[in-house]
Design a binder for this molecule. Structure first.
Ligand code: NAP
Length: 261
């Protein structure tokens, strides 16, 4: 196959992509990766101020009309429906959804309040069902669509003090499979990306913790923290035609952490 044809497989020109939780961190980097591959992107978050800043910053780097934003809470079914409907009406038919919005809460399980358990499960797992279902309702009649669920190494591995996160991210892998079971025959591909430890705002306190930092470096065969840029290529691949027969998989982008003890 000629190079030109091969790069065309990854071209997202004309595709509309929503990345939830993209006002900062990993989601923001994934939105830029998709835009660099040609997609028109919609940024999302809860804080309208942070989202507007992210929108302005990104819009300056791309042609007019390629960057949009819509604030909505991914944990609320009505807001998710309204958010997706707004995109369909104002930006275009949604081709790509990245369920990225997520939170962490570190407390030993014996001290964990049920409200905090619910908050993490709802934000990190139920949201993917709510926004995914809404996106699929539009994608299925069109016969195509890509949904990418952002998982974690905690999809496979547990650590003390983060029980709801571990439960949610493990559940997200199986939700990816459940979406595949129901929607793949309608032309949708649903896959997960499981990032290793990535240096972002969410993990800054861990990077600053000398003991934790040296544990991460020792535990990761690649001997470094991941960067948000490490996740862009796999996301573009799963959003593009190049992955049209990849379905229900969770791809670990973790420097090898989950294959060693
Ligand atoms: P982050 O920097 O804390 O950013 C979280 C984003 O999610 C923000 O844009 C935030 O919006 C948004 N958000 C949170 N709750 C929301 C809600 N209910 N509705 C809409 N948006 C909401 O997080 P991150 O480190 O980039 O992590 C992003 C994803 O990657 C998460 O799913 C996380 O579990 C996963 N992950 C991260 C790492 C890592 O090392 N960082 C590793 C593996 C997996 P506001 O700005 O409005 O709050």
């Amino acid at each position: 196959m000629k190079n030109k044809t091969m790069s065309g497989l990854f071209d997202l020109t004309g595709r509309v992509a929503l990345v939830t939780g993209s006002s900062r961190g990993i989601g923001n980097a994934l939105a830029k990766g998709l835009a660099d591959a040609g997609a028109t992107v919609v940024l999302n978050g809860i804080s309208t101020e942070r989202l507007e800043k992210a929108h302005q910053a990104m819009a300056a780097d791309y042609p007019v009309g390629r960057v949009h934003s819509r604030a909505f809470d991914v944990t609320d079914a009505g807001s998710a429906a309204e958010g997706v409907a707004w995109i369909e009406q104002n930006v275009g038919p949604l081709d790509i959804l990245v369920n990225n919005a997520g939170i962490q809460h570190r407390v030993p399980m014996l001290e964990l309040d049920v409200k905090d358990w619910d908050r993490v499960i709802t934000t990190d797992l139920t949201s993917a069902f709510l926004v995914g279902r809404e996106a699929a309702r539009h994608m299925i009649p069109r016969g195509h669509g890509k949904i990418i669920n952002i998982c974690s190494v905690q999809t496979d591995l547990a650590r003390p003090t983060i029980a709801p996160y571990v439960a949610a991210k493990g559940g997200l892998r199986n939700l990816t499979r459940a979406m595949t079971a129901e929607w793949a025959a309608s032309g949708l591909q649903i896959n997960g990306i499981a990032p290793g430890y990535i240096h972002t705002e969410m993990t800054q306190n861990l990077v600053d913790d000398a003991d934790f930092n040296s544990w991460i470096l020792g535990r990761t065969p690649a001997n470094r923290w991941g960067t948000t840029a490490d996740l862009a290529g796999p996301t573009v691949w799963l959003a593009s035609q190049a992955s049209n027969f990849v379905n229900g998989q969770t791809i670990f982008v973790d420097g090898g952490m989950t294959v060693v003890v």
